[in-house]
Design a binder for this molecule. Structure first.
Ligand code: FNR
Length: 335
């Protein structure tokens, strides 16, 4: 199954950004695969699965308050990789089984350096627990029919890093995503492309190089990052978040065009306001000081944002459609 991960441009997992609307946007602009935001295993285990006939999606929602933990649809099924935060093989497999029918692959986050992940023994805390890595990854590889991968950061020394990667390869994963920074390094630090290159030389499974966004502002830069790292594939986070059309071989589009298209998906798939605002803010960047940027910062609903990008009518039409769909469903359920 590893061929699925070779020669690919992949959009990286990003909390709050990589929900369904953003993922569909990346697919429109040409990504081969797109990761979900990281979802913690516990959340998924307390969710129930619902077919949302109004939106045409499959939703995993919180049993108690209806919060959507994972929303997906058929259009992305063969491209979406579900990323999970976990530190337990049994919980991981249970969640893997839940999402297996709906996604193209499952990824375990072993790179997150945030306190929340570390306290739960997840993310980059796993990098120093080889037995745990083995039990989680081998369990998933044996128990699931979809490919399993993980995303790591590099360790302090090259030999340690290579040893870790080889151990991971032996677990039977289809590929490995490598962010070329250590746990302690921040985005402003140089990405160690040379370390990724060494990993790619030693492993037989595809290596997906990550960490290059600082030097990616055009489509051509993606290929250069791949050459620099000698990796089979490239995974892009921030450059895609800033202007997702960087994925287009035909060239970047103006950011307003990208934002408008993103907002249409947010409206169509009822994306939470705070997530939509966060993503748009990251697309606007320095444009937040323009009159529209300032007005945007004041918004408190998705409708208010939509109006700023000329989508007032689209918002109303979609909302009416969704409300009509809900009414019809209620009517059918009462029959
Ligand atoms: C991230 N990153 C991240 N990584 C991960 O494994 N799971 C996640 O959910 C997230 N969430 C996330 C959110 C946001 C807003 C950012 C900017 C980053 C890390 C990301 O996937 C990637 O490893 C780094 O950003 C480095 O790659 P780039 O940005 O240089 O392409």
């Amino acid at each position: 199954m590893s061929h699925q991960y070779a020669g690919k441009v992949v959009v990286a997992p990003m909390v709050r950004v990589c929900t369904l609307p953003f993922r569909l946007l990346t697919i429109d602009y040409g990504t081969d695969l797109v990761y979900t935001e990281e979802t913690i295993d516990y959340k998924m285990l307390r969710s129930i699965k619902r077919y949302n006939d109004v939106l045409g999606t499959v939703d995993f929602i919180d049993k108690s308050d209806g919060t959507v933990f994972f929303r997906t649809c058929e259009k992305e099924r063969h491209k979406v990789i579900f990323q999970m935060g976990t530190n337990d093989a049994q919980r991981a497999l249970k969640v893997g089984k839940m999402v297996e029918p709906h996604v193209a692959g499952l990824d375990i986050n072993m790179g997150c350096p945030k306190q929340f992940s570390l306290k739960g023994g997840m993310g980059s805390a796993l990098l120093t627990q080889p037995e745990k890595i083995k039990s989680i990854l081998s369990g998933l590889v044996q128990g699931l029919s979809i490919p399993v991968t993980c995303k790591i950061r590099i360790l302090d020394s090259l030999p340690e890093t290579l040893e870790l990667c080889q151990m991971i390869e032996q677990c039977g994963v289809a590929a490995i995503g490598v962010h070329g920074r250590t746990r302690k390094e921040r985005p402003r630090h140089r990405n160690h492309n040379d370390v990724i290159r060494e990993i790619a030389k030693v492993l037989t499974i595809p290596v997906i190089a990550n960490g290059g966004s600082r030097d990616i502002s055009r489509y051509e830069d993606i290929a250069r990052f791949q050459q620099d790292t000698g990796a089979a594939s490239v995974m892009i986070a921030r450059a895609a978040m800033w202007n997702c059309s960087v994925l287009r071989p035909e060239g970047c589009l103006p950011i307003d065009t990208v934002i408008e298209r993103y907002l249409r998906y947010c409206i169509e798939y009822d994306n939470p306001f705070t997530y939509s605002k966060y993503a748009v803010q990251n697309m606007l960047r320095e444009l937040q000081v323009t009159p529209r940027g300032k007005a945007f910062l004041e918004t408190q609903t998705l409708q208010e944002i939509s109006i700023l990008w000329g989508l007032e009518d689209y918002f109303k039409i979609q909302l009416a459609k969704q409300n009509e769909g809900r009414k019809l469903l209620n009517f059918e359920m009462k029959q």
